[in-house]
Design a protein around this ligand. Structure first.
Ligand SMILES: [Zn+2]
Length: 415
């Protein structure tokens, strides 16, 4: 059959790696089968120890000899991430038609956005799946999104593996905006790892729903960059062992888990704390490619409104907070970002594998942990601001408590 075929595509799953000592998921001794019995697989090497099996090597030979055209590794498909999540009904408003403004309006609004960026001191950008569709990764709620199609029993036709995708113009523009000091912080709901792969540093990025390329120790909670997408979702063991930090005590026996949240999982604390404070302190929150339907992430951009901050929404579909926006731009985000960058006199950098930590040799496992100092330092600024505003309000209206800035702790209950 192979000889008689012109285009042979091979689809591989966990079963081709069991011979290398990596457990599969659903066989009688698979990870999830045993999990139900409260057990763990006895066969379990670290990913570093495992070497490619005869099947992997045979596939290489088949590709190189031209017998096989392409190999799809199931665990790395972007659409497969959605399949890995638990069933969930409340997926929000799906499939609302997209809107496109005319050239004149786009030009004018992008100029306005560039001016707003220049006039602001703390700019925070919020990103969603819409900034990665140009990389071939499907979004969730657009007319061709994963959840919209799921309702019709369909799957997106556009679907690259996470490995194949590279950062878009928007990812690269955001890196340039952060490095030039125009943008203070980026809050992302995306798990595709493209911000990380653009070369953006951890101190400027919150990943509220996790990252395919990041795993975390279940004991010391340090995070490390992987050079392939994690084989699991929902914070399950990926098979690796924590090596601890380079300059401190080693971590004894910590196991690595993926960082991808399932529907009901709590958000990562440090990422959420910083995002909350940065979004509230921001005089300008810019939303790119998100319908702002998921809470708490979708409510963060409007946290600055009480303090007189501005909100800009760049999205093809209407969003949950359009009414609160000071400016709405409806066209492709890449187009918007390229124009804004030009207006600010900045070059659009190209994606470079050398600054992509996922291309580093596996033994490096770059650290991706948010430092506790970063959270503490920001807390000082945030609390000072809260106090300052409260005193100002007291002077203005001694008996009116209605517009007091909320304490951070209490506001968490609200979002
Ligand atoms: Zn550890």
């Amino acid at each position: 059959m192979i000889l008689a075929s012109e285009r042979v595509v091979v689809h591989t799953g966990a079963g081709i790696s069991t011979a290398a000592g990596i457990p599969d998921f659903r066989s009688p001794n698979g990870v999830w089968t045993l999990e139900r019995k409260g057990l763990k697989p006895t066969m379990n090497v670290s990913f570093n120890e495992a070497i490619p099996t005869k099947t992997h090597m045979a596939l290489k030979a088949l590709v190189e000899s031209g017998h096989v055209k392409y190999i799809f590794s199931i665990s790395a498909m972007s659409c497969n991430y959605a399949d890995g999540l638990s069933p969930y009904e409340n997926k929000g408003v799906l499939g609302v038609p997209e809107r496109f403004e005319d050239e004149e309006a786009i030009k004018e609004k992008c100029e306005q956005l560039a001016k707003m960026i220049l006039a602001s001191e703390r700019v925070v950008v919020h990103t969603g799946a819409g900034i990665s569709t140009a990389a071939g990764i499907p979004d969730f709620r657009s007319p061709n999104g994963v959840w919209t199609l799921e309702r019709k029993g369909l799957k997106p036709t556009m679907n690259v593996s996470f490995n194949e995708a590279i950062p878009t113009k928007t990812h690269m523009a955001l890196k340039a905006l952060v490095e030039s000091g125009h943008v203070k912080y980026i809050v992302s709901q995306n798990i595709d790892g493209l911000h990380l792969r653009s070369g953006l540093q951890r101190q400027f990025l919150a990943e509220l729903h996790g990252n395919m390329y990041v795993e975390q120790c279940n004991k010391c909670h340090r995070q490390f960059v992987r050079n392939t997408p994690a084989p699991t979702v929902g914070q399950k063991e990926t098979g690796g062992i924590c090596k601890g930090a380079a300059n401190s005590r080693p971590c004894r026996g910590g196991r690595l888990i993926d960082t991808i949240l399932d529907w009901e999982d709590g958000l990562p604390e440090k990422d959420l704390d910083i995002s909350y404070m940065e979004s509230t302190l921001a005089d300008l929150n810019i939303c790119l490619g998100t319908t702002l339907q998921i809470v708490p992430s979708g409510n963060l951009p409007i946290k600055n409104k009480k303090q007189g901050g501005k909100v800009v929404i760049c999205n093809l579909q209407p969003t949950k907070h359009d009414k609160k926006a000071d400016l709405i731009i409806s066209t492709y985000v890449d187009d918007i970002m390229v124009r804004v960058l030009k207006k600010l006199g900045l070059e659009l950098p190209e994606y470079s594998p050398e600054s992509d930590p996922t291309t580093f040799e596996p033994q490096f496992m770059p650290d991706w942990t948010i430092s506790s100092d970063q959270v503490k330092n920001l807390e000082k600024i945030y609390n000072a601001k809260v106090k300052e505003r409260r005193e100002m309000n007291k002077k203005k209206r001694p008996n009116d408590k209605s517009d007091e800035v909320d304490e951070k702790k209490t506001v968490f209950d609200e979002i």
